[in-house]
Design a protein around this ligand. Structure first.
Ligand SMILES: Nc1ncnc2c1ncn2[C@@H]1O[C@H](COP(=O)(O)OP(=O)(O)OP(=O)(O)O)[C@@H](O)[C@H]1O
Ligand SMILES: [Mg+2]
Length: 247
């Protein structure tokens, strides 16, 4: 899937920062991701993994270098780029009285395609239903999001981003709240998505439920990528551990 294909995600000597931070958090990161790659990003707490995903998603000021997704610069053409990116965030916190059902939250993933003040179509609802079913949420489709468990809410956010039909999928610790069986199911689903040509990038500290396919492993430390290599899934944990200890 990777030979000769164009880079879907391209970072060229990138430095990004948070508002008010003294120094850039991401420093001199270059990265080329091709269609269908399955990327696991590891490294210690505070290494810059979330910041890297936020950088690719065009959510942070780029101090130096350039970031393009599907050929669109995430700064100068951020609106177009972000419509192509699914991003499941690390920290979410729904108030118990959040007035939306699972179905409504998943439908929000379609808003970029539906357009401002337009009504959703049958096709939009097909995508919503398929994402809900794929994440095993069918029976709680009409439940209020704020009254679900952390793992159920995490699945809803994954479903929302699948319903978006992204061309790039970023997930920050998607397994953190999931039970073992669900981890494997979600992992297989992400594998199918990558096999279909969409690059999938996950930040994870858990390497026991990775799909059985070639993985690109990135290890981060102090805002830099200190390891970038392909691996089979059984070796990812050791690679991350060894690189983190040696750094
Ligand atoms: N909103 C923010 N404003 C300023 N600095 C931030 C902000 N968010 C994160 N940082 C800093 O950026 C650095 C990288 O943080 P980041 O959240 O990317 O780490 P991480 O690798 O995702 O860690 P973890 O495994 O704990 O999720 C840390 O030093 C952190 O303090
Ligand atoms: Mg993080």
């Amino acid at each position: 899937m990777t030979g000769g294909a164009k880079d879907v995600i391209l970072l060229n000597q990138v430095y990004t920062t948070y508002e008010g931070a003294d120094l850039p958090v991401i420093q001199d990161v270059s990265l080329h991701i091709k269609p269908g790659e399955f990327v696991v990003i590891g490294g210690p707490n505070g290494a810059g993994k979330t910041t890297l995903l936020e950088t690719i998603a065009g959510l942070l000021p780029v101090v130096n270098g350039s970031v393009t997704v599907c050929g669109h610069d995430v700064v100068s053409d951020g609106c177009t780029a972000r419509k192509k990116i699914g991003y499941v965030i690390q920290n979410f916190d729904f108030h118990p009285f959040t007035p939306f059902t699972v179905e409504e939250v998943v439908l929000m993933g379609r808003y970029g395609k539906i357009g401002w003040l337009k009504r959703h179509s049958g096709y939009d609802m097909e995508k919503v239903t398929s994402a809900i079913d794929n994440l095993g949420l069918t029976l709680i489709r009409h439940n209020q999001i704020g009254k679900l468990s952390g793992g159920q809410q995490q699945k809803v956010l994954i479903a929302q981003n699948l319903a978006k039909e992204p061309e790039v999928l970023l997930l920050d610790e998607p397994f953190s709240n999931l039970d073992m069986v669900t981890r494997e199911e979600v992992s297989n689903l992400l594998c199918e998505i990558a096999d279909g040509g969409i690059p999938v990038l996950i930040v994870s500290h858990a390497f026991d439920a990775l799909p059985n396919r070639t993985i690109r492993v990135l290890v981060m430390q102090n805002g830099k990528i200190i390891l970038n290599q392909q691996s089979d899934p059984s070796k990812v944990g050791n690679l991350v551990r060894t690189a983190s200890v040696a750094a």
